[in-house]
Design a protein around this ligand. Structure first.
Ligand code: NAD
Ligand code: ZN
Length: 255
């Protein structure tokens, strides 16, 4: 691994600013399961149940989603960023970050110290719940409290519309403003560091892949193969929480 770190630093140091692209794999060490890893959620759940069409059409799907949401909140203590998130923040502190584009909805990059301006959440977030009709937003905690006290399909207090977390489900468009900000980070980037993503979910993966296909280096840190291994200047096989702190310390020492 040390040789790979030295090589990564050589590549990234000469191609700043770096755009970080993160996927579910950066958060597994914080206790959040990924989708496509060996123990990912898709080994237990059916992705077809997570389309916007089914969510809107089927009250049972909504009841199950709210129940799972409440249960996931009640699992142990608060979810904290791990050393990989903190290492990404240190890339910013070194002045080497063009921006962090994440597919994650967990807010852990900001919890680790990146500002909202530095992070693009391509697939939304779980801080809010919105009405699908009038778009009124509610704090997630308020809606989950309603679910806990017996409202199994909570509705908008203004218009009785269906409520849904501010995350992007299969079949929904990605938020336009976030996409625009992500493309700006990509245009400014000299390289891209992809962490914990299979690089197989589109259109999100178009953003890091566009950097690689324009000849700027792609460095991948992942457990297991990705769809873009052939395009990578370097691939480091390993846990994000172990590789990233070492990589960023070496980056700092390279000056
Ligand atoms: P993915 O599930 O397709 O792939 C995750 C990859 O990370 C896998 O290859 C896995 O082997 C690897 N991985 C797991 N643990 C790792 C670790 N400790 N270090 C390095 N690599 C590790 O993830 P994706 O490509 O990001 O796509 C899944 C979609 O699901 C995303 O679009 C995201 O919106 C959503 N999602 C988000 C969260 C979250 O917010 N934390 C969790 C699950 C899914
Ligand atoms: Zn409404």
């Amino acid at each position: 691994m040390e040789e790979a770190i030295v090589e990564a630093v050589q590549i990234l140091r000469s191609s700043t600013p770096i755009m970080v692209f993160s996927g579910a794999g950066i958060s597994t060490e914080s206790g959040i399961p990924d989708f496509r890893g060996p123990n990912g959620l898709w080994t237990k759940l059916d992705p077809d149940d997570f389309t916007i069409g089914r969510y809107l059409a089927d009250v049972e799907i909504r009841r199950r989603s709210w129940k799972m949401f409440v249960e996931s909140r009640n699992l142990g203590g608060p979810i904290e960023p791990n050393p990989a998130h903190r290492a990404v923040t240190n890339i910013s502190r070194l002045g080497f970050l063009s921006g962090c584009v994440t597919q994650n909805i967990d807010g852990l990059h900001q919890a680790a110290g990146l500002t909202d301006e530095e992070v693009v959440e391509l697939h939304g977030h779980v801080r809010e719940v919105r009405c699908v009709d009038c778009r009124t937003a509610y704090p997630t905690d308020d809606v989950l409290a309603r679910v806990s006290t017996g409202e199994d399909d909570p509705r908008c207090l203004r218009c009785s519309g269906i409520l849904k977390s501010a995350t992007v489900m299969f079949g929904e468009f990605l938020p336009v403003k976030e996409m625009e900000r992500a493309w700006r980070f990509a245009e400014a980037a000299g390289s891209v560091l992809a962490i914990g993503s299979t690089l197989s979910v589109f259109p999100a993966a178009d953003i890091p892949l566009s950097i690689a296909s324009s000849g700027r280096p792609l460095v991948i840190v992942n457990l297991g193969p990705t769809e873009a291994d052939d395009l990578a200047a370097l691939r480091i096989e390993g846990k994000a929480g172990e590789v990233l702190p070492r990589l960023v310390t070496a980056l700092a020492m390279a000056g």
